[in-house]
Design a protein around this ligand. Structure first.
Ligand code: GTP
Ligand code: MG
Length: 132
């Protein structure tokens, strides 16, 4: 069965969306295998977003994701990676469809509520970073 890594970002936690987001995953038939509330270290942030190093938004992204508690989760189910991405919606909340997590709870690109692995390979790598 496929696994994915997903994380409710600091704005999602701060704005009180943990329960609603977990509820959406469960209603979609996904299982929560691991779940932990805590901070992301600088080292974990840089490893998770290594593909974006050098981009103009990189420094802001690292400081934002380490700015407050997040909810780290391993979620499993058939097609979990794609299912999770489709529940999340588009990266930019302004373009995310209503009914998606980012469409309903996000406002701006820099604070877009949730992260989800973009492939099964990324999922394996990211689970290793956050649940070593
Ligand atoms: P994650 O699940 O967080 O990885 O988002 P994603 O896979 O939908 O997007 P991507 O991996 O391309 O970008 C990672 C994060 O960087 C996004 O969630 C955004 O917050 C931020 N980001 C990406 N592109 C831009 C951009 O062009 N401008 C700004 N300001 N932020 C960006
Ligand atoms: Mg990504």
């Amino acid at each position: 069965i496929q696994k994915t890594y997903t994380m409710i970002k600091p704005d999602g936690v701060r704005n009180g969306h943990i329960g609603e987001i977990v509820n959406r995953f469960e209603r979609a038939g996904l299982a929560i295998e691991r779940m932990e509330l805590g901070m992301v270290t600088e080292e974990q942030a840089k490893a998770n977003y290594a593909e974006h190093e050098g981009k103009p938004f990189y420094d802001g992204l690292i400081s934002y994701i380490t700015s407050g508690p997040v909810v780290k989760m391993v979620v499993s189910g058939e097609g979990a990676v794609a299912k999770c991405r489709s529940l999340m919606g588009a990266t930019n909340p302004a373009e995310a469809a209503p009914g998606t997590i980012r469409g309903d709870f996000g406002l701006i690109m820099d604070e877009n509520v949730i992260h989800g692995s973009d492939s099964p390979e990324s999922a394996e790598r990211e689970i290793g970073i956050f649940f070593a």
